[in-house]
Write a protein that binds this ligand. Structure first.
Ligand SMILES: Cc1cc2nc3c(=O)[nH]c(=O)nc-3n(C[C@H](O)[C@H](O)[C@H](O)COP(=O)(O)OP(=O)(O)OC[C@H]3O[C@@H](n4cnc5c(N)ncnc54)[C@H](O)[C@@H]3O)c2cc1C
Length: 390
């Protein structure tokens, strides 16, 4: 337990929490991170990191360490999951890297967390505490107090809620719950040698089909292959937990090409990830308490931006707190003004892209024709997303 008032307390030691901690410390601000897990760790497997996040990590001085673990794919290919044919390609080569200043990266999410954790540990201004489950937060007007399950309590000038999709702290600001769309993800990793033939070491493959998609890419310097299978469960209903089982996954993908059905056999069966988001909200602040990352703007993973946006938030919030050292209220308002429209746009786009991927029949045929007509180096539609500067 900390004695005295802490300048900045971060609740949640995930990607968003550690990014903001590192960025604050680099602004010369003392920061204390509370994580409820037994250690700072990430569950799940692969993560795509677009250049909008890569540039933030470069500013924080950790992007080169990350590249030692990551894969820099040459392209992103959309594949028709039924016809087993390419639909369109986005080239990630020199033109892409020049335009956005950083490459597209794919990695194990544990590797990203380790790089952030190492940088935090090397900075004397960061204190990290695991096994600290924050169960209540008190708004004290010009301060905030976090109370933990074990009785520990911490008072801070600014409290940053980085406690993810199921954020308890969000309730202080807004009374809503995550909404499930009936889709569920299965994940899996395997040695790269065990997979072929579409899966090259240089591509992110996005297979799309009716109410389904399947993502494949290499991670860990190309030694490991990552797969994510997503489909809409016919048995989903709110409050019922038995939906989206592995048998449903197999049944839904039985319409897909033989190659995908073979890949499906390699998924982990013991855990599934139901898909949730929340509607965008314009207010993330209650006096000295502020939301970042999934606590503020959870989104569907269809455009692989949730972690990227949490990383952008982290730098943005730290910069505003650094620039307005004596006026945290103004800093929090400036952070919210800079971030809320952008993240709402990303949330809305993520949902819309899901509908685009999951089309059926003539809509899908039309989509494929539209996408086939674009050039692999037509980056203009991506500029707002990948070119954004915090
Ligand atoms: C299947 C899937 C694939 C995805 N793929 C991508 C991708 O390719 N690219 C991308 O950018 N995004 C992706 N995302 C989204 C990304 O994972 C999230 O947006 C990101 O992890 C959000 O980071 P965060 O730090 O806000 O929250 P989290 O990562 O959820 O971290 C929250 C942390 O807070 C801790 N915590 C929670 N409650 C408390 C408490 N009461 N007290 C103390 N600690 C607490 C948790 O233990 C956790 O460590 C994907 C998501 C899913 C589900």
């Amino acid at each position: 337990m900390a004695s005295g008032r802490i300048p900045t307390l971060v609740v949640g030691g995930g990607i968003g929490g550690l990014t903001v901690a590192l960025a604050l410390a680099q602004q010369g601000r003392r920061v204390h991170v509370l994580e409820k897990g037994a250690e700072f760790a990430e569950i799940g497997a692969g993560l795509q990191l677009a250049p909008n996040a890569g540039r933030v990590l470069a500013k924080l001085g950790v992007v080169e360490a990350l590249k030692e673990h990551a894969v820099l794919p040459a392209r992103h290919v959309w594949m028709d999951a039924l016809a087993e044919k390419p639909i369109t390609t986005i080239e990630f080569g020199d033109a892409f890297r020049r335009r956005y200043g950083q490459p597209y990266m794919v990695m194990h999410r544990g590797d990203l967390l380790s790089v952030l954790l190492d940088a935090c540990r090397k900075n004397d201004l960061v204190t990290l505490e695991a096994k600290r489950d924050v169960v209540a937060v008190d708004d004290l007007g010009d301060a905030a107090r976090a109370r933990c399950a074990d009785g520990a309590s911490y008072e801070a000038d600014v409290l940053i809620a980085a406690d993810g999709l199921w954020s308890h702290l969000r309730k202080i600001v807004h009374d809503d719950e995550p909404v499930c769309n009936g889709y569920v993800a299965y994940r899996g990793t395997l040695p790269i040698a065990d997979i072929s033939p579409h899966a090259g070491p240089d591509s992110v493959l996005m297979w799309i089909g009716p109410n389904l998609h399947f993502v494949q890419y290499p991670i860990r310097r190309g030694e490991v292959f990552n797969q994510v299978a997503v489909f809409k469960s016919p048995s989903y209903r709110p409050g019922y937990d038995g939906w989206g089982g592995y048998d449903e996954l197999e049944a839904h993908f039985s319409q897909a090409c033989g190659y995908l059905q073979d890949c499906l056999k390699l998924m982990w069966r013991d855990k599934r990830w139901p898909m949730y988001d929340r509607k965008p909200i314009g207010n993330w602040i209650k006096n000295r308490i502020v939301l970042i990352g999934d606590a503020a703007h959870p989104m569907y993973q269809y455009i692989a931006q949730g972690a990227c946006q949490a990383i952008e938030d982290g730098l943005c919030l730290a910069q505003h707190l650094g620039n307005r050292d004596g006026d945290p209220t103004a800093a929090l308002l400036a952070y919210q003004a800079e971030r809320s429209f952008r993240t709402a746009r990303v949330q809305i786009t993520a949902g819309a892209m899901g509908s685009f991927f999951h089309m059926d029949g003539f809509s899908a045929t039309t989509r494929n024709a539209m996408m086939a007509a674009r050039s692999p180096t037509d980056y203009a539609p991506l500029d707002w997303l990948y070119g954004h500067e915090v």
